[in-house]
Design a protein around this ligand. Structure first.
Ligand code: CA
Length: 507
């Protein structure tokens, strides 16, 4: 393979090395540029001399300032860059509505399970919600028996899932921020893939009583099993009660069949984990292309991860459809700035050792690559953490970047298909919705052929275009939603546990 780099914008003065294994000193590119030192794959090479104190530019944006003179052909490592100030939030909402209008894409459907509330399931799962950690092992015990003894009799039901968590007691339940974990659990109980069948297991004395979840009454049938109720004599009785409640729901869920549903009943959540310098030029732009197609087809699409969009917020607010949406975006950024400040950290706490190994020097570079997932559509809504997405089109769901918390909050928002891009690689998966994993590098897709669903690394080597991979991801989303395609995480049953975002104190 000839020495190859990817420059994102013509004005960039750095580019990333494409060749697997990196390139040795003395390697010469097609344009005559010669490497002055060995540079690993995905790491940055200076395309021109960059004087001390001047801007280092990638994605057409300043990602840092040179801390010393950098010569053309040198490795631009993270320690040769200083971090620029984040964009000020003050005057960002003046310019809005600048996103390109897009043609509707008519007639796109998937085979799903329609729900009474207008949503549709992509899987048919019995969900058991819990109010408090105290009941978790009991519910897990019951779920094991349900899977062994009951589920085989109901072949149209895909799975049984206990929504267990460490919340519910020993927490300041009226403190500011406590509404986030509470509404997350509420909205997860109402997830489209649970088919409107409510079942909540409570202990009895916990702070988060079932009524705190403000769940709608969906039928006359009892839907709460309370362990401390007088009627239960011992553990055997308790487990038997959970199994009895479960069986009635399994009978109804088993009657359901997939039918053609409009794409407007899809809610697709996007996130990245273990990103590298390729993420922003391969996997994320391809997902962005798929996202634009989904939006045109009428679906709801969410991108997230506040700390990874914070440094690109000035590129996002002009795409807001209205001043209200831009202000909501800025409000979520400001809330998070204050949250980090309270914890005595800032946004520089985000990149991981793996991100840096993958060539990402700092959070600015990571953010510019991350927002490529959002494509070019107008941003029509902002979903606060734990809330449901209610506006169709491209939404920003404000969540931490933590893979598990982001996934959980996107599930609470109604996500029924998840798309996850990765550079370093992670076997991440969710029990409640299919997760499509997109690799930013071919080397990762080849090393993990039974974990990675799509290889977007082909874009860097010129084998495929962003459009081709984007269309492939779009088709896979529809196939996964329809149950025709099983993702690798589903195949192996890899389910990361729900992780709540609780910014309020514990007691
Ligand atoms: Ca993440």
């Amino acid at each position: 393979m000839q020495p190859l780099y990817v420059r994102v914008q013509p004005e960039d003065n750095v580019a990333i090395i494409v060749n697997p294994g990196g390139l040795e000193a003395g390697s010469v590119f097609a344009d005559g540029l010669m490497l002055r030192e060995r540079i690993p794959q995905a790491h940055k090479v200076a395309l021109t001399g960059i004087a001390k104190g001047t801007a280092v530019t990638r994605y057409g944006v300043t990602i840092g300032y040179a801390v010393d003179d950098i010569q053309a052909g040198e490795w631009v490592r993270e320690d040769r860059l200083s971090l620029p100030e984040p964009p000020a939030l003050g005057s960002l909402c003046e310019v809005v509505g600048r996103a390109r209008a897009s043609e509707p894409l008519e007639g796109v459907t998937f085979d799903g399970y329609p729900n009474a509330d207008g949503t549709a399931g992509t899987r048919n799962i019995l969900g058991i919600s819990t109010t408090v950690q105290c009941v978790a092992p009991t519910v897990e015990f019951a779920v094991k028996r349900i899977k062994q003894e009951l589920l085989p009799r109901y072949p149209n039901v895909d799975d049984v899932m206990a929504v267990t968590h460490p919340y519910g007691c020993g927490v300041a339940i009226n403190a500011p921020g406590a509404e986030i974990p509470i509404r997350t659990l509420r909205n997860m109980a109402l997830h489209p893939n649970f088919g409107g069948e409510l079942l909540v297991v409570s202990l009895g004395c916990e702070k988060m009583q079932p009524s705190r979840m403000s769940l709608p009454i969906l039928s006359d049938e009892p839907w709460i099993v309370r362990l401390q109720d007088e009627e239960h004599r011992g553990f055997g009785d308790i487990v038997a009660a959970i199994l009895r409640f479960a069986e009635r729901r399994l009978e109804r869920l088993n009657q359901r069949r997939r039918v053609a549903c409009p794409a407007s009943q899809l809610t697709v959540g996007l996130q990245c984990g273990g990103s590298d310098a390729f993420s922003g030029v391969t996997a994320n732009p391809a997902v962005g292309y798929a996202s634009d197609l989904l939006v045109r087809a009428g679906a709801t699409v969410m991108f997230s991860e506040v700390t990874e969009v914070r440094d690109a917020i000035h590129l996002l607010t002009p795409r807001a459809v209205s001043r209200e949406v831009a202000e909501a975006l800025v409000r979520e950024m400001a809330w998070y700035d204050a949250y980090l400040e309270r914890g005595a950290v800032d946004r520089s706490a985000n990149p991981t050792p793996g991100n840096k190994r993958g060539g990402l020097s700092n959070i600015v570079e990571k953010a510019l690559g991350s927002v490529a997932k959002s494509g070019r559509s107008a941003i029509v809504g902002v979903v606060p953490p734990g809330e449901k997405a209610t506006v169709k089109g491209l939404n920003f769901a404000a969540t931490p970047a933590s893979d598990f918390i982001c996934g959980t909050l996107q599930l609470a928002a109604g996500m029924n298909v998840h798309v996850f891009t990765t550079g370093e690689g992670t076997p991440y998966g969710l029990a409640l919705a299919p997760v499509i994993k997109v690799a930013s590098r071919t080397a990762l897709a080849e090393r993990w052929p039974d974990l990675i669903d799509v290889d977007a690394g082909r874009i860097a080597t010129g084998v495929s275009t962003v459009e081709q991979v984007g269309r492939e991801i779009f088709s896979m989303i529809l196939d996964a939603a329809s149950g025709r395609h099983k993702t690798w995480a589903e195949h192996w049953g890899l389910h990361n546990a729900p992780a709540l975002f609780n910014p309020a104190p514990v007691t």
